[in-house]
Every structure is written in C-alpha cells, then in structure tokens.
Design a protein around this ligand. Structure first.
Ligand code: PGA
Length: 243
C-alpha cells in the first residue's frame, strides 16, 4: 500500500481549470491513444471548456483517445438529459471538432449486471482516471460502503446522489441504482486525478486526505494509488492540514 504519498496541487480559483486542462492536454500529447475515464458533474465542466478551447487553438487533439464512461444511472430513459452519457457528450465530446471514441455503459438492456461485467472489461487497464468528489465521499458511484477491491458493478445509490439527479439536472424519475467503474479499476489505472473545487467540498476533502482511510469515505482509498494527483482550488483545500 502506498498511502499518503499523493501529489497535491492547490491552485487559485482562476487558474484551476486551465491548469487541469493543460495537464490533460500534456497526457494526450504524450500518449495520443490515451484510454481515460472522465467524470460528469459540475466540477469538471470548466476543465472541459478549457480543453475545447485548447483543441480550437490546435494545442491538442483527442481524436485518437478513448473516453470510457465512469458511471451511469440505471432506469433513466436514453434521452433523459440527466444521464451521465448525455452530460459527458454535451459538456465535452460533442463540442470537440475531432472527438475521441466513447465507450458508454450499456444500461438500456435487460440485464444491468451483465452490462456492468462488460464495462468492467472496458475499464480494465486504463491509462488515466479523472474523478470528482461527492459530498458524501463517493467517487463515480462508489458510494460509502464501497471497498477497494470492488469491480465495476451495479450499485444502490445513496440518497444524496439520487437527489443530485433530480435537483441538478431535472431527471425525469429518481433512479435508485447505478453502474460504476469500481475502486479496483480506479486503483489499477496508470494514473489517478481527483478534482475538487469550492468551499463546500473542504470538509470532505479533508476527510478523504487527512484522516484514516475507510469505507465511509471511498475517496480515501485513492491514497493507495501510486500516482494520485489531487487538483484542488484554494477554497476546497482550505481545511487540509498544512503540508
Ligand atoms: P459535482 O459532483 O462535481 O457536481 O460536485 C461530484 C460528484 O458527486 O461526484
């Protein structure tokens, strides 16, 4: 185990998104066929905007990369704008002139367990995983109670995650289940980034980084990753112990 040796990048709010996008562009340039899991949610949106701008300037092309979906609600109709596939397409993929390949989680078939097993294969051996941090410490839909050896699977969603679907995006119905790439796959990826912004995340970021790892905060297990980088803005980092 390699707990506690992560890299912490604390950035002013005005530089955070551009810095993360620049790092992402560097990774894509180093490895054009990058296989990467990217998150949805509010946190990464400014990063995606910067990445789209970088592509327009000719600084990067994701055309040879593959984006593997991180998580998805089960039970929302394919055209529901709250779907994670709709978010990642709308926030990034469809905005790029030369989009990457996209591997969705096939949630619309009759057998979500089989879909999860299929996606576990797609999410094996990733080059990079980029994650947001849930207010309850989740990463993807690895909700509290998740374990570091969990593979990609069907999960019951925490109430707070369910509320996010309806409150934030106006999901047509409130899903009770999801499929997520599991912590085992996140921990075996070549590199892992955790993106965290805003004062409201300061407490849970402190829990994730500065307190003993445990299933109440799945993000705390990310410290086992040998190449974890945490990109926090100053507000999110405000409660971390001095380093
Ligand atoms: P947010 O969501 O980026 O919208 O805060 C993060 C998450 O819940 O994983």
């Amino acid at each position: 185990m390699n707990s506690g040796t992560f890299r912490l990048e604390v950035l002013p709010e005005g530089e955070w998104a551009r810095t993360v996008a620049t790092w992402l562009a560097v990774r894509v340039r180093e490895r054009p066929m990058l296989r990467v899991c990217l998150p949805t949610g509010d946190t990464p949106i400014p990063v995606y905007t910067e990445l789209v701008a970088a592509e327009r300037r000719g600084d990067v092309s994701l055309a040879s990369a593959t984006v593997i979906q991180l998580d998805e609600w089960v039970g929302l109709p394919p055209d529901d704008p709250a779907r994670c596939d709709a978010r990642i397409r709308g926030d990034l993929i469809d905005r790029l002139a030369a989009p990457p390949a996209f591997v969705p989680i096939e949630v619309d078939g009759p057998d979500p367990e089989a879909a999860a097993a299929l996606h576990d294969a797609a999410a094996s051996g990733l080059d990079l995983v980029v994650l947001g941090l849930g207010m309850n410490g989740h990463v993807g839909f690895n909700e509290p109670g998740s374990r570091p050896d969990d593979t990609t699977r069907l999960v019951r969603l925490a109430v707070s995650s369910r509320e996010a679907a309806t409150a934030k995006y106006g999901a047509g119905s409130t899903p009770t289940a999801g499929i997520t790439v599991g912590l085992a796959r996140l921990l075996e990826a070549g590199e892992c980034w955790l993106l965290v912004t805003g004062e409201r995340k300061a407490q849970i970021l402190r829990r994730a980084l500065d307190e003993p790892e445990g299933p109440d905060c799945p993000a705390s297990y990310l410290r086992r990753h040998p190449r974890l980088t945490v990109f926090a803005d100053e507000a999110a980092a405000a409660r971390l112990r001095p380093r």
